[in-house]
Design a protein around this ligand. Structure first.
Ligand SMILES: NC(=O)c1ccc[n+]([C@@H]2O[C@H](COP(=O)([O-])OP(=O)(O)OC[C@H]3O[C@@H](n4cnc5c(N)ncnc54)[C@H](O)[C@@H]3O)[C@@H](O)[C@H]2O)c1
Length: 366
C-alpha cells in the first residue's frame, strides 16, 4: 500500500474509532498549546502488561490524518514489542506535528511533558525520530514519566546503539535461518536511513566484513557515515530494485509496500524501522510467497525499549546487552515457529505477543 493509497483510505474513515489503524486503543489524547505551537497526539494502545511506554516522534506530517495514523500504528506496535520482549510494559507512542529542526523549542518540550504528566504515568515517553536525549531531559523537568534521559541526569542514555545491536542480532539470526550460517561477511546489505540507529548498524556490519550500501535523504550524513566506515553511498534511482542479500529499512515505516515488494530481490528483510510492512497481513504474506525471510520489526528493534526499561527497573548495562543479545534466540524461535505453523513470521511473532497479553489479562481478572 503506498503512502497515498493509505491517506485516501484513512481520510474516508471515521475520525478516530473507525480509523484503519485503530485497533481497540484504550485512549487517544490530542494535545494543543497555542503559545508554544505544540500539536501532539498520544496514542495509548494497551496497558494490560504495564504502563504504555513508547517514544515521541516529531515529524512534518502531510496532514493530521497521517499524524493520527502514525500515532495509532506506532502505539499498537509498542504493545507487541514489549510483550514479545517479555517486558512488563504496555504500548503507547506520541507524535508531535512539526519540523524538529526549526519548530522544536525547550518550551514546547516542557509543555508536552506537562501533557504527559497529566496522564499520571499511564503513558511514559521516550525519544523517537526527531528527538534527542536532551529533549527528554527537558521533559524530565516537568514529569517523572519519561525515559531515555541522559546518563548525566541518571538515565540510560541514547537507546539507539542498543537498538542497532538488537537489529544486528536479529539480522544474524535471519541469516542463520536462511543460509545456515550467521556470518555476514561478504553479504550485500543495503541500509536505508543512516540516522542514530542506522549508523551503528553500519558499524557492526562493516566490522563483520559485509558489503554495505547506504541510502539517506541527508547527503551530509551519507558522506560522514561513508567516510567513517567505508560504506558505499547508493546513488541509483531505485534502491528496492537492487540485487542484494539483505535489505535493512532504518528510516521510516511502510517501505515494504505494493510498489516495492515486487521489485525486492533480497533474501532477507531486517531493519530498525517501525511498521515496515505497509499492510501487515498482505505484505507479510507476499514476502513469504517470494521466499524472502522477514525478521519482524517489533521483535528485532526492541533494544531501545530494553534500554529505557532499565531506567525503570534499575538493571545495568551488562543486563541490557544480555537481554538485547537474546533477540537472536527469539528471532530463530519465531522463524521456526512460523514455518511449523504455516503462518508468516509477522503473524507468528504477533501470536506469541498476544498470548502473553491474554494470559496476563486472565490473571488480572482472576
Ligand atoms: N532510536 C531507537 O532506539 C529506535 C528504536 C526502535 C525503532 N526505531 C525506529 O528506527 C527508525 C530509525 O530511527 P532513528 O532513531 O535512527 O531515527 P533518525 O531520525 O536518527 O534517523 C532516520 C534517518 O532516516 C533518514 N530518512 C528519512 N526518510 C528517508 C527516506 N525516504 N529515505 C532514506 N532515508 C530517509 C533520515 O534522513 C535520517 O538520517 C525509525 O523508524 C524509528 O522509529 C528507532
Amino acid at each position: 500500500m503506498s503512502q497515498h493509497t493509505t491517506l485516501e483510505k484513512i481520510i474516508n474513515q471515521d475520525p478516530v474509532f473507525g480509523q484503519l489503524s485503530f485497533d481497540d486503543h484504550e485512549q487517544v489524547v490530542f494535545c494543543n498549546d497555542k503559545d508554544t505551537g505544540l500539536k501532539a497526539i498520544i496514542g495509548i494502545h494497551n496497558t494490560v502488561l504495564g504502563p504504555a511506554l513508547g517514544g515521541t516522534r516529531m515529524w512534518q506530517y502531510d496532514n493530521e490524518w497521517a499524524a493520527l495514523n502514525d500515532a495509532l500504528r506506532l502505539s499498537r506496535g509498542m504493545t507487541f514489542k514489549s510483550a514479545i520482549t517479555g517486558l512488563n510494559l504496555g504500548g503507547g507512542k506520541a507524535v508531535i506535528i512539526g519540523d524538529a529542526k526549526t519548530q522544536k523549542t525547550p518550551e514546547m518540550m516542557r509543555r508536552f511533558g506537562e501533557f504527559v504528566h497529566s496522564l499520571s504515568g499511564k503513558y511514559i515517553t521516550a525519544e523517537d525520530v526527531g528527538m534527542t536525549t536532551g529533549d527528554m531531559d527537558t521533559v524530565r523537568e516537568v514529569t517523572p514519566y519519561v525515559t531515555g534521559i541522559s546518563q548525566e541526569k541518571g538515565g540510560a542514555g541514547n537507546p539507539s546503539p542498543i537498538t542497532a545491536y538488537g537489529v544486528f542480532m536479529g539480522m544474524k539470526a535471519a541469516a542463520k535461518y536462511k543460509y545456515g550460517s550467521d556470518v555476514l561477511e561478504d553479504k550485500v546489505v543495503y541500509v536505508e536511513g543512516i540516522g542514530n540507529v542506522g549508523e551503528t548498524l553500519v558499524e557492526y556490519l562493516t566490522q563483520e566484513g559485509a558489503q554495505v550500501h547506504i541510502a539517506d535523504i541527508n547527503q551530509d550524513r551519507l558522506e560522514e557515515v561513508s567516510a567513517k566506515y567505508g560504506a558505499k553511498i547508493y546513488t541509483g534511482a531505485d534502491l528496492h530494485a537492487e540485487k542484494m542479500d539483505i535489505y535493512a529499512p532504518c528510516a521510516l515505516g511502510a517501505t515494504v509496500n505494493d510498489n516495492t515488494i515486487q521489485k525486492l530481490q533480497a533474501d532477507i528483510v531486517a531493519g530498525a524501522a517501525n511498521n515496515q510492512l505497509a499492510d501487515e497481513g498482505k505484505h507479510g504474506m507476499l514476502l513469504q510467497q517470494r521466499g524472502i525471510v522477514y525478521a519482524p520489526d517489533f521483535l528485532i528493534n526492541a533494544g531501545g525499549i530494553i534500554n529505557v526499561y532499565a531506567e525503570l527497573e534499575g538493571y545495568d548495562r551488562s543486563e541490557i546487552m544480555r537481554k538485547t543479545e537474546n533477540i537472536y534466540t527469539t528471532t530463530i524461535e519465531i522463524l521456526n515457529k512460523a514455518q511449523e505453523n504455516g503462518v508468516t513470521t509477522h503473524t507468528a511473532a504477533l501470536q506469541i505477543a498476544q498470548a502473553r497479553i491474554d494470559a496476563r489479562r486472565q490473571e488480572n481478572r482472576g
